[in-house]
Design a protein around this ligand. Sequence first.
Ligand code: PGA
Length: 224
Amino acid sequence: MKQKTVIGNWKNYLNGVETIKLSKQIVGEKISDYIRLMISPCNLYLNEVNEIMKESSVEVIGQNITSYDSSSDTGGVTAIGLNDIGVNRSIIGHSEVRKRNKGFKSEDILKEIMPAQFKFILCFENTQQIPFNILNNDFEMILAYEPVWAIGTGETASIEHINEIHGSVKSELSKLNLDIPVLYGGSVNPNNSKEILSQELVDGVLVGGASTKYEDLHKIINSI
Ligand code: PGA
């Protein structure tokens, strides 16, 4: 079986004490070669979590980027700022971000960070949100299909639906000779992770709520 990526998106669910506790539990995990684990804590604790994970195989990533370089954006997050603390990858275009920023266009931020080869996981709810024309194989990019109705609702997309969407995205990518993994996100939990992760067309999962509970995350990363 090929290696699958599991991303824990902790959103703003955990306070500082909980974040550090969970990070220390995870850093002690023995992770199989079939799983690559990334953790995306709330920005406030990014630096501390990155320090904890430093000697492990767990990659710590950002939840959002608003510009590449410094800007006059109150509350924004820059890619160079993340780079400064040793974080070289971020989620981009999560539906919770798109909801806050109605004018969000992934092309705008991708055009800023791609020349610097800042790695990203671009979330999409529909294929129109994927700027296929600007993607390339120059460095690692990841796509994540996240149907908005499945996020935080406990309602997971069916395997047929996931395969249909992933199949159509992958066929578009292959027409363009793009080798970009496609993850699924939306109410992934220990009961459905094995089946979802076993799908040939699924390169990994983006997990929100369940990733904030150690037992659940432990089960998910051990489900294949
Ligand atoms: P959920 O969140 O697993 O809580 O549905 C997924 C996500 O927002 O990435």
